[in-house]
Design a protein. Structure first.
Length: 150
C-alpha cells in the first residue's frame, strides 16, 4: 500500500514540475521582442515629430512632413534589428529589403535608426543580403534618434 501512495506522490510532483516548466517556456519563447519590460510594437515619436509605427505585419516611418517617409512589410525582428521590405507602391522609397536598428528599449522609449551610411546601400535585393549588409559593424546606423512610446 505504501508503494502505491509513494508512486502517486511522485506522479503528482512530476506533473506539477512539468506544468511549471511549460508555463515558464511559454513566456520565454515569445517571438515578440521584449527588453527591460518594453515591446517594440507600437507608435514611437521623436521630439522632431518623426515617428515609427510598428505592427506585427508592417512598419511605417513618417518623417514629419519632409517627403522622405516610407512603409514596408515587416519580415523579421532579431538581435535588435527590424528587417522589412519596402512597399513597392511607395514612390520615394527604394525597392528591396532594409533594416531599422533599435537599442535601449524600455516601456517608455528607445533609440532607433533606419540603415544609413555615406555611400552605402539604400536596400538589398534579398533578406539575407540585408542581414549581412545592414549592421552597425558595417558602418550603418551612425545616428540613432530618441523615440518615446505613444
Amino acid at each position: 500500500m505504501k508503494h502505491i501512495y509513494f508512486s502517486r506522490k511522485i506522479f503528482s510532483c512530476t506533473i506539477l514540475v512539468l506544468t511549471a516548466l511549460l508555463f515558464v517556456i511559454s513566456f520565454t519563447s515569445c517571438d515578440e521582442p521584449k527588453i527591460s519590460g518594453g515591446s517594440i510594437y507600437g507608435t514611437w515619436k521623436s521630439q522632431y515629430n518623426d515617428s515609427y509605427i510598428i505592427s506585427e505585419n508592417e512598419i511605417l516611418y513618417d518623417d514629419g512632413g519632409h517627403g522622405f517617409g516610407w512603409t514596408g512589410k515587416l519580415i523579421e525582428i532579431s538581435n535588435d534589428y527590424i528587417y522589412f521590405q519596402y512597399d513597392e507602391n511607395y514612390t520615394v522609397a527604394p525597392k528591396g529589403y532594409c533594416a531599422v536598428a533599435y537599442k535601449n528599449l524600455t516601456e517608455k522609449g528607445c533609440q532607433m535608426g533606419t540603415a544609413y551610411k555615406a555611400n552605402g546601400k539604400e536596400s538589398c535585393t534579398t533578406l539575407d543580403d540585408a542581414k549581412t549588409e545592414f549592421t552597425i559593424k558595417n558602418g550603418y546606423f551612425e545616428y540613432f534618434g530618441e523615440y518615446a512610446k505613444k
